[in-house]
Design a protein around this ligand. Structure first.
Ligand code: SF4
Length: 594
């Protein structure tokens, strides 16, 4: 156990840091003069025996036995630091001197919470740590900016002259719970104004940009910096600047990348915002799950319960005309996280959620880069966890085998249709023969398959639907999902339906039930026939002796599977009933969908 001093421990960031360190089992001393911090921030932690509170102003020396110092003490919002500018610079200079003196005496490591403000009014964006800034020592904010610059100088000099073990973090805009409502900075101002129905205030010409970091992410950054060897300075914040933010800041709409807007009755689309390329730089979603979610609240029938869903990459290089994701959202280039980064997150997920029955890699197509899929499997194997992923029917035997050996349980695979011409029309890049070979390999290797199919694709007919149903039964995957082909705006399928006049309606989802509606109507194949084909497809697939025998055997063998199938079966029957009901309601409300 480490004994840690946090100056400013009752403040907004300080209290989150104290909470984090206590959870890690350290002994924590919070030092605060309560000028801006408040005991309320620490009240839920006060009963803990490893927390000690000291009312003290860092401008005065203090003697303590500690191993580490997080030196955060200083008012950080303009409202507070301009209230008494002399006291602000005194806190920065004398407070840092006192803490450095303490660290030197007891040989403690000390981390200074510095600020992005030390870059002044920067002429370089984004600011790297080696940028010296564009600063002003005479302005009303200089008590804070220059105070922090001197504090950084003192840190470096104590390190060079006395060998004090230092870390310097430059904190950018941070937001989150316990932020003071009168903080005076942009997030709290926007929130208060929005909640009270006031206009949002933009300062200056509105050309300034900001990046925002959630407080728990920042705290983790501080702790990681403290416990690694590099001393810094290190910028801590969020490297992204967001469309909505620029909008709120009053930037002219036509200059904001990624924004679509209506002006004078016309829709304008600006150029796209570039994709994030370095996916390893993104924080782990597992930490967000841990902070905000109870994973037991989420279920997907074909995945083991409870499961965790993680993306290892974004985008898909394939060109399926109906597919929403790469065409409107993730792009046609598969941008991937490094294998090491994914494995680190999986290890962390298993620590944070030991109850996880399965991890699902929910990429558009996890097997798009076969060598990477194999490498990932080899790296996951020692973790001995069960995982599932998305794939395509043209995945090689070698890749399937490597994935199975690495812990793969299930693949979600789009067969879509049993009609070769329909597969060509949708640019799936596969054939029924490839599907059959894939299923044979999966059965041989013991990989469970959740097969997805669609009805109503371009070129569909009653005969091709029948071919798909027979094809699904012949493939005999463990579970299936049958969807109505939906022409979502932004897809090639949408343009095709519009150009050919095949759109019977624009309402893709039924408002009350949330179920898909059939909005395509082909010559020779009415939307009603397509809609009915979904239930028929499910019934023909699941009410076969082979499928029923498999389900019954699984239920006998495994009580977990028994519960899962009973629940899924009930949901399936409800789905068929409600879907029909939604259709009737839509009809009685005069929907265009016949
Ligand atoms: S392979 Fe899958 S994710 Fe990729 S475009 Fe086709 S349907 Fe979409």
């Amino acid at each position: 156990m480490t004994r840690i001093l946090v100056t400013g421990g009752a403040g907004f960031i300080g209290s989150h840091l104290v909470e984090y360190l206590l959870k890690q089992g350290h002994e924590v001393i919070s030092l605060d003069n309560y000028f801006t911090g408040t005991k309320e921030n620490l009240r839920p932690l006060m009963a803990l025996s490893n927390l000690e509170l000291i009312r003290h102003d860092v401008v005065n020396p203090i003697m303590l036995e500690i191993d580490q110092v997080y030196h955060l003490a200083c008012p950080a919002s303009p409202v507070h630091y301009q209230y008494n500018p002399v006291k602000t610079i005194k806190t920065n200079v004398m407070g840092t001197l006192n803490m450095l003196g303490l660290a030197k005496r007891v040989k403690a490591r000390i981390l200074l919470a510095s600020t992005s403000e030390i870059y002044g009014d920067p002429q370089v964006h984004p600011q790297r740590e080696d940028y010296w800034g564009n600063v002003n020592c005479l302005g009303p904010r200089s008590c804070y900016d220059e105070g922090k610059r001197v504090a950084e100088t003192l840190m470096m000099d104590y390190h060079r002259q006395n060998g004090v073990d230092i870390r310097i973090a430059r904190i950018f805009n941070t937001y989150g719970p316990r932020m003071a409502i009168n903080d005076g900075r942009v997030v709290s101002n926007f929130c208060v104004q929005a909640l009270t129905g006031q206009d949002i205030t933009i300062y200056g010409e509105g050309s300034q940009t900001r990046s925002f970091c959630f407080v728990t992410d920042l705290v983790e950054g501080l702790v990681r910096l403290m416990n690694r060897e590099a001393q810094g300075p290190v910028n801590l914040g969020n490297p992204e600047e967001y469309t909505i933010l620029e909008l709120a800041q009053g930037r002219p709409w036509d200059e904001i990348l990624g924004l679509s807007y209506r002006l004078n009755g016309r829709i304008h689309h600006n150029a796209d915002r570039p994709y994030v390329e370095d996916l390893d730089a993104l924080p782990f979603v597992t930490d967000v799950y841990h902070r905000d979610l109870r994973i037991e609240n989420y279920k997907i029938p074909y995945l083991r319960y409870p499961y965790l869903s993680i993306y290892t990459g974004r985008g898909c290089p394939h060109h399926c005309v109906y597919c929403l994701w790469p065409q409107t959202f993730t792009g046609r280039r598969y941008r991937v996280r490094s294998v090491a980064n994914v494995v680190t997150e999986v290890r962390r997920a298993l620590e944070l959620f030991p109850q996880t029955a399965e991890i699902f890699f929910d990429d558009d197509t996890f097997t798009a880069y076969p060598e990477r899929a194999q490498e990932m499997a080899r790296a996951l194997a020692p973790l001995k966890c069960t995982w599932s992923a998305t794939g395509r029917v043209n995945t090689s035997y070698e890749t399937l085998k490597a994935m199975k050996e690495g812990g793969l349980r299930l693949l979600v695979v789009g067969f879509e249709s049993g009609d070769p011409q329909v597969l060509k029309n949708i640019k799936k890049g596969t054939t029924p023969e490839l599907g059959l070979r894939f299923m044979r390999w999966c059965k041989e290797l013991g990989i469970t398959v959740h097969g997805t199919f669609m009805v109503g694709l371009p070129g569909e007919s009653l005969a091709s639907i029948e071919a798909s149903i027979r094809f699904a039964c012949k493939l005999d995957p463990d579970t299936i999902q049958v969807s109505l082909a939906s022409p979502y705006p932004g897809t090639e399928f949408y343009d095709f339906c519009r150009e050919q006049g095949y759109m019977a309606d624009q309402t893709l989802v039924h408002g009350a039930t949330g179920y898909q509606q059939c909005v395509v109507d082909y010559p020779g194949l009415a939307s009603e026939d397509i809609f009915k084909a979904v239930s028929r497809f499910y019934r023909r697939f699941y009410f076969r002796p082979q499928a029923l025998a498999r389900i019954t055997w699984s239920m006998i063998k495994d009580p977990v599977e028994r519960r899962r199938f009973l629940q899924t079966g009930q949901e399936f029957l409800t789905f068929l009933f409600r879907r029909r009901q939604g259709k009737e309601e839509a009809r009685s409300l005069g929907s265009n969908c016949p």
